[in-house]
Unconditional design. Structure first.
Lengths: 411, 411
């Protein structure tokens, strides 16, 4: 097959995909390859000795949550001991924002792409600030996690099932008409997500719905942990097409930035994780920042995030830049993508589809790398989120991938 | 005072105003001048013999709702009998979308502008299609109205009070960042409105919340009946400034289009209501359409609706036109307005404030009249909404007002 035909097939499969939140389950029960001592993390695979601070901090808290350790300090010891099995979320059908830590007892969103028989998973969104995914690990973080698992998850699960699932792809399509880019601005999608569930939560009549609805609504990002696995469920349909040069995953573990390419199996092409040019919360600055972290760049890979930024000019108030910059960013991304999204359409570009299908050839030829809108974690464990901003995928990843592709083709 | 200083004062008062939904009450108990036989209607004052079909249809249904008539046919007879007192909503601190019928037993939103001690009112939003405000009057319409008064209003009222009021001005500011123009596109504002109330409804624990939340959310416009009186509460703060040429109300009764001007007391300057260039629901066309109707042009008067259309390109899918047309419309409206809104800012115009303060002098000088985004009612009573579209305020209103202003100034 020619590269062109392979890419067409890859993108056809992505475009025709669906993504429905069907359930919330316990990780050990549903994630393939999950064991009682597995710790999944964001980005390409990495072991403890090379992990960044916030990822270690998150693991220390997860160890307490699992009952493997009594304190975060014991959690750090366990992390370093070699007794845990670390692996990349992406190797297990999963994604996680920031440190992306998923351990066996955690509740996970279950997303189905029924067109291609794909199921994906992500943990629950904890809110903003001092949260496990950003490396915070104190009693407040753990108490919130426990509340989420004991009180929130059962109510959510019942509502999702009663609703017959929540069509995440449709919610995203509507939210792109309402100024969301679906990485750092999810206000519309989250509002519609909560309102899709609220009548079913009310009908269920269980739980402290005042607290639950407020929690789901307040941060404005709860839906992100459904949108990320939805992106993966659709992109994975286009993964593994021999001869395709389309990027099917971009992910960061806080040490390295890695990409996967449809025609290059499950190899990761990595480079050092870049720093983020950000807007910092009061009291923090660039010296406090960890390099780029998390699986959330799956949104950009799926034609959202910075690629959809022209339709979400208000996101610049959070990540920096001007409205004009937002439009220019999307226009630049059309230069490195193979097609336009048929479902996600940007009103102020007269309903043009978002750029979709990052082609490693175009990235290397143009010298333009994908822009990423992202949160910023403190580089030390135990602190949490300190800002948000913009970065770009390192060119080195795309050059390495293109070299591997050329080698495979015997060019 | 010079006209310039008067307009500055008028606009300062409008800009500094607040608008909070504080309560839902029965019209007879709160609307000034409301009597047991008063029927308030949209637009400038009009009597039965000159009323359009949908306004008569709405009154026929309201007569049944009030118990004044057993059937809509009896309602028509009563309307024609001279036994009812008809007056303009605007003459009683009120506004109503489309026919704008408010009768003594109807529940009304209470909006407070505490900066200027102003209170305004509007009836409850019934949903779309076959509804009283568009002139429908059958058993389904009346059953829905009764449900709204008996089951919805008590739950809403308790939630509004428990929330300590809902800040409508802030909700609108956020919604303008989310692609709403607040006349025909209210999806974001309505979502945020329902989510502001949902936790309090849940805490109240009363009513069929599954049905209530679904009803409030589904049409996407329930909040409009809070936004309209909020616009009036803020505009009225700028009304009555001697020597000001700023328009403080635009309203249509389906027969005439009328405007009020800050420095010209409560006089209405009218012209025949124009037809609407619209997108019709299946089965209907221009021949079925009533001329422009309703108090909802108060949104345009307050810097929203078509004036904010650049930030709401998705509204063209409902009212017609292109995204480019939406941007051009807002740019054209800057030519006839005195200032820019300090609170309502359009992201894709780099957060420029919406055009605010239609100046009758600029309208006459430029020949540009305010564009109106609006719904379309069937011209016959008993049918309801048949589409939505765009029209423009008639130049004659502005010419008459400017002549009256010149005469008053002795020019």
């Amino acid at each position: 097959m020619s590269i062109g035909s392979a890419n067409t097939e890859c993108l056809k499969r992505i475009q025709e995909s669906t993504a429905v939140l069907t359930d919330i389950r316990i990780a050990l029960d549903v994630i393939p390859g999950m064991t009682e001592k597995t710790v999944l993390h964001a980005g390409p695979p990495i072991q403890w000795d090379r992990m960044c601070g916030p990822m270690r901090g998150a693991i220390s808290a997860a160890c307490v949550f699992e009952g493997w350790a009594k304190t975060p300090d014991e959690g750090f010891e366990l992390g370093a001991s070699g007794d845990l099995t670390f692996d990349s979320c992406h190797n297990h059908g999963s994604v996680g924002p920031m440190s992306g830590i998923i351990t066996p007892s955690m509740a996970v969103h279950v997303i189905r792409n029924d067109v291609h028989g794909i199921e994906t998973y992500a943990n629950l969104y904890e809110g903003i600030g001092k949260v496990l995914r950003h490396g915070a690990n104190d009693a407040e973080v753990l108490a919130r996690l426990r509340w989420m698992h004991e009180e929130l998850a059962p109510v959510l699960t019942a509502a999702i099932r009663r609703a017959g699932g929540i069509d995440i792809k449709s919610l995203v399509a509507e939210a792109v008409q309402m100024g969301d880019e679906m990485h750092n601005r999810n206000r519309a999608c989250n509002s519609r997500f909560v309102l899709a569930l609220a009548p079913h939560m009310a009908a269920g009549g269980k739980g402290d719905l005042e607290k639950i609805i407020s929690f789901l609504d307040n941060s404005g990002h709860f839906c992100l942990n459904s949108v990320m696995p939805a992106c993966k469920a659709m992109l994975d349909a286009g993964h593994g097409i021999e001869d395709s040069t389309i990027v099917t995953a971009m992910a960061r573990n806080g040490t390295e930035f890695g990409i996967r390419v449809s025609g290059l199996n499950d190899a990761w092409f990595t480079a050092p994780a870049p720093f983020v040019d950000g807007v910092f919360f009061p009291g923090y600055g660039p010296d406090d920042a960890n390099p780029d972290l998390g699986d959330s760049a799956i949104t950009e890979t799926a034609g959202l995030g910075s690629l959809a930024m022209a339709g979400a000019p208000a996101v610049v108030q959070y990540v920096g830049g001007t409205a004009q910059f937002a439009v220019e960013t999307t226009h630049k991304m059309y230069e490195i993508t193979a097609t336009e999204h048929e479902t996600y359409r940007i009103p102020n570009l007269n309903f043009r589809g978002t750029p979709l299908g990052i082609d490693i050839r175009k990235v290397v030829e143009t010298g333009i790398t994908p822009v990423i809108n992202t949160g910023i974690a403190h580089r030390k464990p135990g602190i949490g989120q300190i800002g948000a901003g913009l970065t770009a995928a390192p060119m080195e990843c795309f050059v390495k991938a293109l070299e591997a592709f050329a080698e495979k083709k015997g060019v």
